[in-house]
Design a protein around this ligand. Structure first.
Ligand code: NAP
Length: 303
């Protein structure tokens, strides 16, 4: 199937282009980006012109930041194309609900991807937790924004999500593996005085679950989830790629695919079966944190 990548920047070049190139399902037919290009691939600067010029490209994958993504997704669906959304799927819940309704009304596939759910140890963790009772859990997601997002000022603009840009990856794993849903009950959000989005967040959920996100971590980076149950301690390390049960490394039924190849395989399956996959649980927790969060102001921060 022919696919176009829209918004050629860091993640498109790091992950999407190699995943599509390695896939038996997909042919990268075109790119759409104001400046970004992929060597050897037809490129368009304007999305409306692309849609008019290439009716044969039935699928688009939108890899620009979340704030501008809705307009592209809506135009693509109205032009009869299936749509794949990078995470977070949109700047607000309402806009993604609208896209899901539009896709359903037109019989098109909408896939709100969560790449971290495809990490190697996530499916085994979910299987291990099934039927167990969770007594408490803690998420620690601490990384250095200057290292991972150099020059990407949009993360601190409205709709850029701030520390929830990585934190929503943890929430996507948590909501995938917990045997029952939880809801946010409180949050403390730390805003540099020159930023519109938080640089750190402490979250409390029902069921004894807490989370600590911080984008100011120097040195070793931490992407850990610890879940205590009535029958042992589950630890996910390295962003869902390692699983330890009571301190012992567990291979489980690991996926053999990388995160992005697995997303593209799933998109192929969704298109072939005429279905959509839009789970907004991770974004709901972020929206709730913004609703309930207490604000702490700290000195200015510059990327
Ligand atoms: P990025 O490099 O800053 O942006 C990607 C491209 O989007 C830009 O190069 C730009 O291309 C286009 N773009 C930026 N602002 C735009 C606007 N207002 N309107 C239209 N196009 C715009 O960002 P990224 O790091 O790739 O992240 C993009 C998405 O992927 C985010 O949702 C992020 O959470 C997700 N993601 C990122 C990473 C990562 O490691 N960076 C990992 C996983 C997921 P042109 O200027 O050429 O139009």
């Amino acid at each position: 199937m022919k696919i176009a990548l829209v918004g050629i920047g860091k993640i498109a070049l790091d992950q999407h282009v190699p995943a599509i190139a390695a896939s038996p399902d997909w042919e990268l037919a075109a790119t759409v980006s104001r400046k970004g290009r992929v060597d050897g691939i037809e490129s368009h600067a304007d999305f409306a012109s692309f849609l008019a010029a290439r009716p044969d490209v039935g699928v688009v994958s939108l890899t620009m930041p979340p704030a501008p993504r809705f307009a592209f997704a809506e135009a693509a669906l109205r032009a009869g194309r299936h749509v794949m959304l990078e995470k977070p799927p949109g700047a607000t819940l309402a806009e993604v609900h609208e896209l899901a309704a539009l896709a359903a009304a037109r019989g098109l596939t909408l896939f709100a991807t969560w790449h971290s759910r495809m990490a190697l140890a996530v499916a085994p963790a979910r299987a291990w937790l099934r039927g167990r009772t969770i007594t408490r859990a803690h998420v620690t997601w601490r990384e250095d924004v200057r290292r991972w997002h150099p020059g990407q000022d949009w993360v601190f603009e409205p709709g850029g999500m701030g520390v929830f840009d990585p934190g929503i990856n943890a929430l996507s794993i948590l909501t995938e593996i917990l045997p029952a849903p939880v809801h946010l009950t409180g949050a403390t959000l730390t805003y540099p005085e020159n930023c519109h989005t938080p640089i750190a967040a402490e979250l409390t959920f029902s069921g004894g679950i807490t989370a600590d996100f911080d984008w100011r971590q120097q040195g070793p980076q931490t992407w850990d989830i610890d879940i205590h149950t009535d029958a042992g301690h589950l630890a996910l390390r390295m962003g869902g790629n390692r699983l330890l049960i009571d301190g012992v490394e567990s291979a489980g039924e690991n996926s053999i695919m990388g995160e992005y190849p697995a997303l593209y395989a799933r998109m192929a399956q969704l298109v072939k079966t005429g279905t959509s996959d839009v789970d907004l649980a991770p974004l709901t927790h972020v929206a709730d944190a913004m609703t309930l969060g207490r604000r702490v102001i700290v000195p200015p921060f510059h990327l």
